[in-house]
Write a protein that binds this ligand. Sequence first.
Ligand SMILES: Cc1ncc(COP(=O)(O)O)c(C=O)c1O
Length: 358
Amino acid sequence: MRVFNFAAGPAALPLEVLERARDELVDWNHGGMSVMEISHRSKAFMDVAARAEADLRELLGVPSHYKVLFLQGGASAQFSFVPMNLTAQGANVDYIDTGHWSKKAIREAQRYCRVHIAGDSGAAYTSVPAQAELSFSKDAEYVHYTPNETIGGVEFPYVPRTGGAPLVADMSSNILSQQIDVTKFGLIYAGAQKNIGPAGLVVVIVREDLIGHARPGTPTVFDYRAVAAEGSMLNTPPTFAWYMAGLVFQWLKARGGLAAIAQANRLKAELLYAAIDGSGSFRNAVAQDARSRMNVTFGSTRPELDAEFLREAEGAGLKNLKGHKAAGGMLASIYNSMPIEGVAALVEFMREFERKHG
Ligand SMILES: Cc1ncc(COP(=O)(O)O)c(C=O)c1O
């Protein structure tokens, strides 16, 4: 029996995708083998890879002067490979600090660059700085930000204008959740395990002119130019994850693309935030205009009830609602594959819990 899985990542995948992968698992493409068991250089797999890239480009509207790379190492590896690929020793870079993942990216970048904090959201991390509050360095090689802070449930309602420096975005937890204008970004990266597919894959979308300047010492398999030149097949890629990502892209297209999924995501988030705001028993601390559409944080107004809430929710088939250990409380991740029925079930459960314990 399937449950409603609110995990932050690895996260729920669309049931239709899982069922198709199951059906194709041992005999893929009538070849008598699993897609996991064939060469990444075979024509059959190259077709899978090419279609996945084409579908991703179509979904996001990626212009032809951007490369799309399928890499390994997770989003965290990009915390280092972005500065290693985009800057030389001693470079100045700007970072916006809005929470847990921004901080991690900053700490890693400090190993390679002089990092200037161009804006932050204060110690509580319950908002994002407004455009007018951002102050960029004159000579920053790039500006990095985290459009959606997964753990804090804080999302930028706008794309920062940097006044020139390329904008780098860690879109791990909100990529493909709505339409974006890729030309506003120099580089986008995203770990797969939320809105793309299984863990083990990270997607990098990078403007062509930004590659080719990797520092000496950058591992070849993470040098964007070398990877791009080989179609992300410099070495054996995570083929099964890539195939699964391709199925997710096909699923998104069949659902009407990003305009349709954005609308569904808006409705889900509105339903959940309205239930939190309208209850006397739960609260969300994030500023209205910075509330994440993907990761909804909430806690009981009597925090001693959080553990009981989580226990009863598990029993009701509402799984993995526990907030990150750094944040506490509850975290409902409602990525693309969470159906509105899952959110409705959670809202109903919250009402029932309030009646019982309120
Ligand atoms: C916004 C964001 N960035 C980076 C990461 C780290 O990703 P990975 O575990 O793939 O390195 C995560 C969490 O998974 C995340 O949510």
